[in-house]
Design a protein around this ligand. Structure first.
Ligand code: 6R9
Length: 646
């Protein structure tokens, strides 16, 4: 990467008002732990911490040892107590066009009601609650009510299938599942509660841990919604009838706030466990500095879903702990038409807009006439997350959405890191289109080769985090060994966290994240493992073997391409079979994991040790010349695959 690429220095105007300044790096460098203690004190603690970090049991971290706090009090009560109760916390916009404004006082009442009901049904701190909901206010309220009681929530993306929900409910042994009757999907109500019924099963097959299913009325689409007496209850009849006053307790800094399942390199999703004090410290700090948030003035909008970590950290915990006013949107960007996002920006005067590159590329495809038809001048800062943003999309974003002047923060982080780790600081960093630039103050990262030696500028290497950070994962739910093995074994001697991403520094020392170096695909910013899709395909009775790769895709970053071999005697019914296979993946995992392309091939390319050569399949799928095939058992396999695709 050459140093001559365009750089975009912050404007004098932005610098003059920015929350962050260059001294933040100096302060963090001078005393990292003291720096984090200072950030932690932006929160309200019931009991002050005695020690900033206990790393003696690495890689199991304990941040802010001895400290006790209540996460929901930090996100809600303290703003009301400070006289900001009438401030809008959430401008909620429903997909059919309905909307609700919820102030901090109303949020406190709603969270208290839910907390009182959860207590009434016997839930106790440490119990797990599964949340399987579209983007309705009750989803956020449920998360905060769990936090208030020390219940560990596990949000499962409402686009996931019944079987994906079941495995997550079972793994976490959730006692309560919260859902809605239905959800809007591109203008039409679709089932949701019935997915929960399918997931939880009946009789011998019933999910053993679940005692109650709490249902929010959203679509009202089915007058005969199936109902399990004694298990299922309506939100309105229960939470709605509970007292709006609730006295919270404080919990240990390391109390598990939530679990969030994410794809790994092996089939089974892992439950990433996050803390309370450390997690909230860093989400709150990053929200304030990376998004340059000004209380009472800014209107923030993060387009993620609460089913992903971005929704947890930058729809719920980061904004609300800072007393922000934010837009929460239920639907897709093209319902009822492609103007939707820009109308919302205009209506609420959105100032900070945080989206995924795949959406920006979609906007580019739709054409600039659409955003140009709106007054987007309220926007003063843009954010990007989920995958590398290509320089072309970066420039379009700044010019067309940011009026040619809004700084862009390209934020690198992961479910496991809990909050933003590598990003420009607006008002400080000279940005380059496509680069995440530099670890934030207080964060330490490095790019190293196979032998843990730092790479020279221009060389590609592995992105590692060589110091613990406050919002780091506590572990993988119920599997300490897998936690150590997955993240800490690659550079075990050094004690570094290996993120699974490749990266490089350019000649100026700016950091560019290049994407995953493992078998995890990134489709529209969603992490999907190749082996998960492979095992879904092999679950079809006609399939003997499957290999899946992520091929470059102009819009979605990567597209899923599958190669399957049929069992002996199974007839290839062409499109019918392909449709069945795609459906199989949709049911087993989610519609977002459906392969873009499925090739039925006579053979898969394998090394002599029997490993599928995915790298070569990628070359084929991306239409490149084949690389080195010398280790293949039978190089002619490719000719057969090529012929099939042509
Ligand atoms: C927050 C989130 C994590 C993976 C991560 C990386 C990719 C995220 C990125 C980025 C380049 C960025 N990723 N942000 N790559 N530039 N700004 O997306 O979490 O769903 O766990 O995904 O996403 O590959 O390892 P998660």
């Amino acid at each position: 990467m050459s140093a001559s690429l365009e750089v975009y220095p912050p404007s004098a105007e932005f610098v003059a008002q920015a929350n962050a300044n260059a001294a933040l790096y100096d302060r963090a460098d001078a005393d990292r732990l003291e720096f984090w203690a200072e950030q932690a004190r932006r929160l309200d603690w019931d009991t002050d911490f005695e020690q900033v970090l206990d790393w003696s049991n690495a890689p199991f971290a304990n941040w802010f040892v001895g400290g006790k706090l209540n996460v929901s009090v930090n996100c809600v009560d303290r703003h009301v107590a400070a006289g900001k109760g009438d401030r809008v916390a959430i401008h909620w916009v429903g997909e059919p066009g309905d909307s609700r404004d919820i102030t901090y006082s109303q949020l406190l009442a709603d969270v208290s009601r839910a907390a009182n009901y959860f207590t009434a049904i016997g839930l106790q701190a440490g119990d797990r609650v599964a949340i399987y909901m579209p983007m309705v206010p009750e989803a956020l309220i449920s998360m905060l009510a769990c936090a208030r009681l020390g219940l560990t929530h596990s949000v499962v993306f409402a686009g996931f299938s019944a079987s994906a929900l079941r495995s997550r409910v079972d793994d976490a042994e959730a006692k309560l599942v919260i859902t809605t009757d239905g959800q809007y999907r591109r203008g039409k109500p679709a089932e949701l509660k019935t997915n929960v019924d399918d997931a939880l099963g009946t009789g011998d097959d019933a999910a053993k841990s679940v005692e109650k299913v709490l249902v929010v009325r959203r679509t009202n689409h089915d007058p005969k919604l199936p109902w399990v007496e004694g298990r299922d209850v309506w939100w309105d009849d229960t939470v709605g009838e509970s007292s709006d006053h609730h006295e919270p307790d404080a919990f240990d800094s390391n109390h598990p706030l939530f679990l969030l399942y994410t794809s790994g390199t092996t089939g089974k999703p892992k439950g990433i466990v996050h803390s309370s004090g450390g997690y909230l410290t860093q989400t709150s700090y990053t929200f304030h500095n990376v998004f340059d948030h000004k209380e009472g003035r800014d209107v923030f909008w993060c387009g993620a879903d609460i089913g992903w970590v971005t929704g947890h950290s930058y729809i719920v915990y980061g904004p609300l702990s800072n007393g922000a006013t934010e837009v929460v949107y239920e639907g897709t960007p093209n319902t009822p038409n492609e103007h939707r996002h820009f109308e919302v920006v205009e209506k609420y005067g959105v100032t900070i807009y945080y989206m995924a590159p795949t959406l920006i590329r979609t906007f580019m495809k739709w054409g600039r006439d659409i955003p140009d038809a709106h007054d987007l001048s309220s926007i003063r800062l843009l954010g990007s997350v989920g995958e590398p943003i290509n320089p072309e999309a970066w420039k379009w974003y700044r010019d067309v959405i940011g009026g040619g002047k809004a700084p862009i923060v390209d934020t690198w982080w992961q479910t496991e890191t809990g909050s933003i780790m590598i990003s420009p600081l607006p008002g400080v960093t000279e940005t380059k289109p496509g680069a995440a630039m530099k670890p934030l103050p207080g964060i330490s990262a490095n790019i190293v080769d196979d032998n843990a030696n730092p790479v020279t500028h221009g060389e590609q290497g592995y992105l590692v985090l060589d110091q613990p950070w406050p919002s780091m994962l506590l572990g993988i739910w119920g599997d300490d060994e897998r936690f150590k093995e997955t993240y800490w074994s690659r550079f075990a001697d050094q004690g570094w966290y290996f993120a699974g991403d490749g990266a490089r520094y350019d000649d100026d020392g700016a950091l560019w994240v290049l994407g995953r170096v493992d078998d995890v695909m990134n489709v529209s910013g969603h992490r999907i493992s190749t082996s998960e899709v492979e095992s879904a395909l092999v679950g079809h009775s006609g399939v003997a073997e499957a290999a899946v790769i992520g091929a470059a895709d102009e819009t979605t970053g990567q597209g899923i391409v599958a190669f399957v071999i049929l069992r002996e005697g199974v007839e290839n019914t062409g499109d019918t079979l392909i449709a069945e296979l795609r459906e199989q993946v949709s049911v087993e995992i989610s519609p977002i994991a459906k392969p873009r392309e499925i090739n039925v091939v006579p053979e898969l390319p394998k090394t002599r040790s029997g490993k599928i050569m995915r790298r070569l399949l990628k070359d084929v799928a991306e239409g490149r010349e084949l690389g080195d095939t010398s280790t293949l058992v039978d190089p002619s396999v490719f000719e057969a695959i090529r012929r099939k695709r042509a």
